[in-house]
Design a protein around this ligand. Structure first.
Ligand code: PMP
Length: 295
């Protein structure tokens, strides 16, 4: 991803894409003192930008560092990065990390850096093509307990087990992995939250040790607007057989139907289709209309 034209926002300035390199002794690289966001711009507007920026700042605070820009400044920098590169529909990746001013586990003297990149994300397949669904295998790794890792932070270090789990799933011919939590209950996929249609209700695991995704909360709001009952609860692995529909929800994945989890087959149906369609419509609204929609 380093060899392309374009501009990356870095500590308040735009630098050419190929020149956006950092020192090998960056604390963030050695000790995972880094947090990031994943956002999508639709028709020129970053969907729920404020919520993403607030989560970025909160993620850094959980790891004990402060990003030296305000919410407003970061919001503006994200939008400028999309505009400067001439994009309307793009994926936006802000990342904040501790720099190379100090080496060792302690990092009291490091500066916090922030960079924002954006790249074009071609039109996804249409709703009907995506209705075929993806296949998930069970992950060999579990989401850690909240007192084992900073699970509420979108911290880079938490993605180590995500990459290993996704590779294991792909090696076995699946698309992604379903991760259980440290208790053995259902948690999420490697980069998206999970939902189940159980008897016409929308059930999803309580986010006690994984990200309470912005898409997750959006989808819950859209379902409630459609008078669908939403239930957040502990979902056990032996309940996989009780679901009629399953889908993933995340900024990158949007609403993605699931057709299999480790041998359990599902047929994506009306609830999935409705929420995919409602989500697609919502993300294209103006930021004011999105706020007014309350989903
Ligand atoms: N879980 C994980 C592990 C993720 O990486 C993501 C994507 N940020 C999500 C859930 C979904 O979060 P969001 O809807 O805020 O993108």
């Amino acid at each position: 991803y380093d060899d392309r034209d374009g501009w990356i926002w870095w500590d308040g300035e735009f630098v050419p894409w190929r020149g956006a390199k950092l020192h090998v002794l960056s604390h963030g690289l050695h000790y995972a003192s880094a947090v990031f966001e994943g956002e999508r711009a639709y028709s020129g507007n970053i969907f729920k930008l404020r919520a993403h920026t607030e989560r970025l700042i909160a993620s850094a605070r959980i790891l004990g560092f402060e990003i030296p820009w305000s919410v407003e400044e970061i919001d503006a920098a994200c939008q400028e990065t999309v505009a400067r590169n001439g994009f309307t529909d793009a994926y936006v990746r802000p990342i904040a990390w501790r720099g190379s001013e100090e080496m060792g586990v302690a990092a009291r003297l490091t500066k916090t850096h922030l960079a924002i990149a954006a790249w074009e994300w071609g039109a996804y397949f249409g709703v009907e093509q995506r209705m075929a669904g993806v296949r998930l295998n069970l992950a060999p790794w579990r989401r850690p307990a909240p007192d084992t890792a900073p699970t509420a932070s979108k911290a880079t270090g938490l993605y180590m087990i995500g990459t290993m789990s996704k590779h294991a799933a792909m090696d076995a011919g699946y698309d992604d992995a379903l991760m259980l939590d440290y208790k053995g209950d259902i948690a999420e996929a490697t980069g998206a939250n999970i939902f189940f249609n159980m008897g016409g209700e929308l059930h999803t695991p309580t986010p006690a040790c994984f990200l309470d995704g912005i898409t997750r909360r959006t989808v819950m709001g859209l379902a409630r607007k459609r008078q669908v009952k939403v239930v957040e609860r502990t979902i056990r692995i032996d309940e996989l057989k009780d679901a009629s529909e399953v889908f993933l929800a995340g900024t990158a994945a949007e609403v993605t139907p699931v057709r299999e989890i480790a041998g359990h087959a599902y047929t994506p149906g009306d609830l999935t289709r409705m929420l995919m369609t409602d989500y697609e419509a919502l993300v294209r609204q103006s930021p004011e209309a999105v706020a007014a929609a309350g989903a």
